[in-house]
Design a protein around this ligand. Sequence first.
Ligand SMILES: Nc1ncnc2c1ncn2[C@@H]1O[C@H](COP(=O)(O)OP(=O)(O)O)[C@@H](O)[C@H]1O
Ligand SMILES: [Mg+2]
Length: 225
Amino acid sequence: MSIISMSNLYKTYNTGKVKVEALKSIDIEIEQNQFVAIVGPSGSGKSTLMNIIGCLDTPTSGNYLLDGEKVGRFKPNRLAEIRNWKIGFVFQNFNLLPYATAYENIELPMIFNGLSYKKRKKRVMELLERVGLADRAAHKPTELSGGEMQRIAIARALANNPSILLADEPTGNLDSVAGGSIIEIFRELHRDGATIVIITHDRAIADNVPSTIKLKDGVIVDSLN
Ligand SMILES: Nc1ncnc2c1ncn2[C@@H]1O[C@H](COP(=O)(O)OP(=O)(O)O)[C@@H](O)[C@H]1O
Ligand SMILES: [Mg+2]
């Protein structure tokens, strides 16, 4: 079964008198354990698509099934619930809490979802190991490198065992070495069964991801599986 299934999906922004058709006639099927890159020039609709996939926004028309659930027209609070449980987000700017330690940043989504202290501790330590930063648990973001911050952000995204990991330009603020190590972590997670969708401008990264969806002017112009 597809984990993400979109058919004939449109997104139109109405800003005053201007109407922007950001996505047009989008059909996408993403299977469990696929690793997909969304590529395309600036303004082609990548972030709009990512926001809809991640239930941060809703389509103007068309169908969207996430994990078999019709999310297209859900109310905001139901969308928030889906985001908490099913989706792990990774952002270009890491979005870590500056005054919290690496440990606390990873723990926070588990507190929101009501996990016990003991279970949280076990899971946080597993995730720190997983991203190779067990020895940085007590560090604050300012005491970490960019690549390390992004690894902590990935661990946080995985906190509640999401069905899918979404990353919008996750290497955009990193040098090529740190960026490469982030992509390597995604590849390992993918090998272990994760479903991953990343937006990237970086040709070298897109070439290292098994599937690509190419957008231009809100339309899918190329899809390589
Ligand atoms: N909130 C918004 N309101 C109005 N127009 C928007 C909004 N967000 C994006 N757009 C427009 O939609 C198009 C696609 O934007 P976006 O999805 O951000 O592209 P990308 O991420 O590929 O650069 C652009 O023309 C952009 O100006
Ligand atoms: Mg964008």
